[in-house]
Design a binder for this molecule. Structure first.
Ligand code: F6P
Length: 280
């Protein structure tokens, strides 16, 4: 929008892309859009191409920007689709990218468990989630991790060591601790170092999964939900709706105002935390 780089899209522009990760639009975080001058350029370019409606796909940064833009330029209507692997937007049970990311993390941890079991190792596996532990929690439960460390709850290292000791006494020959990158006790490297000074029963290894979680073939659920949300966003624009993010709650399409979607981080489900604890 800022560079005036527009391309008219026809139905065949999106053929054969449903199985791809990433974005064919190549849209990304923009420093220019954070300035009034950048937004003015975007507005002028949109107007000169007769564009008066936008579907913004992204997370809280995207919707914060969309909201400011709509307040400044009231003749442009914006609807949003939630796109972030972190699943940390209020107003939807799923964000686009999350299901693929948790399955990628789960498969990677399954592979790590093979070597952990073969060689009596304690693995600290770091998954993405700068401010949110949803990927860590789901991937941790799905792989039977001994502990899941997330930013939403305080990490107690002494308690973690007790859990690991009891696993060792119960003759588990390997342990997996899943750490969200934004955990309050630090990332996997730091936590592994602290634990390693006090707990020496297993050989300790650290694996940081990183950006493999941000790409790859989308899961079936992802493709279906993203298709539903995309269609709902376009229908909403045609209907005159604006300033709202499309979401799916209890399998129904819903809308949430941008400011609510990005200001409120959904809480970590207590039941999930209990499940992770009981199964550790
Ligand atoms: O905010 C979403 C997120 O996936 C975080 O979990 C992660 O820390 C970050 O993006 C990675 O961003 P980048 O690809 O810019 O390093």
């Amino acid at each position: 929008m800022i560079e005036g780089d527009f391309k008219e899209m026809k139905p065949n522009s999106v053929s054969n892309i449903i199985q791809l990760g990433g974005t064919i639009l190549r849209s990304a975080r923009s420093k220019d859009f954070q300035t009034p001058e950048g937004r003015r350029k975007a507005y002028e370019n949109l107007r000169s191409h007769n564009i008066d409606g936008i579907v913004a796909i992204g997370g809280d940064g995207t919707f914060t920007g969309a909201n400011v833009f709509m307040q400044e330029y009231t003749d442009i209507a914006i609807m949003g689709c939630p796109g972030t692997i972190d699943n940390d937007l209020f107003g939807t049970d799923y964000t686009i990218g999350y299901d693929t990311a948790i399955n990628t993390a789960m498969n990677a941890i399954d592979n790590i468990k093979d070597t952990a079991n073969a060689h009596d190792r304690l693995f600290f596996v770091e998954v993405m989630g700068r401010d949110a532990g949803f990927i860590a929690m789901r991937a941790g439960i799905a792989t039977g991790a001994e502990a899941v460390l997330i930013p939403e709850s305080r990490t107690d290292i002494e308690n973690l060591i007790k859990t690991l000791e009891s696993n060792y006494k119960n003759k588990k020959n390997a342990c997996i601790v899943v750490v969200a990158e934004g955990d309050d006790a630090g990332g996997a490297l730091k936590i592994a170092e602290i634990v390693g000074q006090k707990f020496k029963e297993y050989e300790i290894k650290v694996s940081i999964l990183g950006h493999i979680q941000r790409g790859g073939r989308p899961t079936c659920m992802e493709r279906v939900r993203a298709s539903r949300m995309g269609i709902a966003a376009v229908k909403a624009l045609l209907n005159g709706d604006r300033g709202r993010m499309i979401g799916i709650i209890n399998e129904h399409i819903v809308q949430t105002p941008f400011e609510m979607a990005c200001k409120t981080h959904p809480p970590m489900d207590d039941e999930m935390q209990e499940v992770a604890r009981i199964l550790s």
